[in-house]
Design a protein around this ligand. Structure first.
Ligand SMILES: Nc1nonc1C(=O)NCc1ccc(Cl)cc1
Length: 246
């Protein structure tokens, strides 16, 4: 997958993707990242990319033309068509389901704003989708872009070693993840649930599913409504609730 990032700090986003799974995805050719800085496309002696807002008020607004020229350069750098995603708190909430959908695309352009905003005419003319990674305000879209890149990169075929299947992520089926344990078995902080050392894979899978269901029910009941629960899931959850009611 090719991802073009439009940002005043493209190296910032590149660094976020340079480590771990995303770094390896790059080395394996599963992910090609390209940064484009609107300042390189700004005209005039001062190469302005921002200006005072019409209507007054604090801060600055990013100008249309440098962004538009950077977007055009990104589009033209590869013959394949692409959609443009703008990261902002005004966007549609980013979810694992959305990450899965984006991960199937050949390309995407991520537009990162700074200052108080981007001239709305650029958004209307060039942006296909607006995405939010959460209801809070960051100082720019770059960290949000890095989050989207990470979530999409790890879903690329071959990005994770076969011992870390992305499919096992509980969020893949809309539930919270189960607890995890590793050596040592005995520790002053407590025990490892015996079932995990039983070698009984059916029981282990059942325990993990029960823990995911129970956690989701306790911590994020809103997710439970969305999740597609099997009959077995519902029976497990009833057993979990019954045990708590004892
Ligand atoms: N929350 C979020 N989810 O996606 N992006 C954000 C966010 O806070 N961006 C900051 C931002 C976005 C655009 C501009 Cl012009 C300036 C600052």
């Amino acid at each position: 997958m090719r991802i073009d990032v439009i940002s005043l700090f493209p190296e910032f986003v590149a660094q976020c993707a340079a480590f771990g799974v995303t770094g390896r995805a790059g080395e394996r050719g599963l992910l090609q990242l390209h940064g484009w800085n609107p300042r390189d496309f700004a005209q005039g002696n001062y190469r302005r990319v921002d200006e005072r807002p019409f209507g007054g008020g604090p801060g600055m607004v990013m100008m249309i033309d440098p962004l538009r020229a950077a977007l055009q350069a990104a589009r033209e750098a590869d013959p394949r068509p692409t959609r443009v995603i703008y990261l902002s708190p005004q966007g549609v909430p980013f979810t694992q389901a959305r990450a899965r959908e984006l991960a199937t695309r050949e390309r995407m352009v991520l537009l990162c704003g700074r200052y108080e905003g981007i001239d709305e005419r650029l958004i209307e003319a060039e942006v296909d989708e607006e995405l939010s990674i959460g209801d809070y305000v960051l100082s720019g879209g770059e960290l949000a872009a890095a989050v989207v890149i990470d979530a999409v990169a790890r879903l690329q075929e071959g990005a994770l070693g076969d011992d870390q299947s992305a499919v096992q992520d509980s969020f893949e089926d809309g539930l919270l993840d189960c607890p995890h344990y590793t050596r040592p078995v005995e520790h002053e902080l407590g025990q490892v649930p015996p079932v995990l050392m039983s070698g009984n894979h059916a029981q282990i899978a059942r325990w993990r599913r029960l823990e995911s269901l129970g956690r989701t029910w306790r911590r994020r009941p809103d997710l439970l409504d969305e999740a597609a629960l099997s009959k077995t899931d519902r029976a497990l959850l009833d057993a979990y609730r019954a045990r708590l009611a004892e």
